[in-house]
Design a protein around this ligand. Structure first.
Ligand SMILES: C[S@@+](CC[C@H](N)C(=O)[O-])C[C@H]1O[C@@H](n2cnc3c(N)ncnc32)[C@H](O)[C@@H]1O
Length: 137
């Protein structure tokens, strides 16, 4: 999912000829309706998102992930760790949304981080009228 048409086109070119089942969509990733024909998913990536939206939107997006995930689905996410480091809070919000942490990798404070969480809860129906976040930076 990419909002910028030029970047989406470059992504399409990059996957041309790939054996994998990949599809690039040029759309607002925050609009829940665009996931209607793709849920429940086994793998969800929220990479390059949590560092660009408000803390409240990070929390709302994590709370909505059970609408995208099938049983045992994995979510891979990224977030910088600049002060104030939000990653402890993010990991706690995942627990609240019934995800179990598979791993959390970071070279240390003030750096990057990548997390993997597995969904251990009950999949939720998609609210197709939601808008989960707004890019602010
Ligand atoms: C920080 S980059 C992350 C790129 C990549 N996902 C990564 O992790 O390296 C943010 C990207 O999100 C795109 N973007 C911004 N707002 C978006 C939205 N509402 N829906 C989909 N993509 C968006 C931007 O055009 C930009 O390419």
């Amino acid at each position: 999912m990419e909002y910028d048409a030029g970047l989406a086109e470059r992504a399409r070119e990059a996957i041309e000829g790939s054996q994998a089942r990949l599809q690039v969509r040029c759309a607002d990733a925050a609009a829940s309706s665009i996931y209607a024909d793709t849920v429940p998913a086994d793998l969800v990536l929220t990479c390059g998102v949590f560092g660009n939206i408000s803390d409240q939107d990070v929390r709302a997006t994590i709370a909505a992930l059970p609408q995208l995930c099938g049983p045992g689905a994995q979510v891979i996410w990224t977030r910088h760790r600049r002060e104030p480091d939000l990653t402890p809070q993010i990991r706690s919000w995942f627990r609240t949304a019934e995800f179990e942490e598979v791993c959390f990798v970071s070279p240390g404070n003030d750096s990057w981080s990548v997390g993997v969480h597995e969904f251990a809860g009950t999949p939720q129906p998609l609210d197709a009228n939601a808008h989960w976040f707004t890019f602010v930076r």
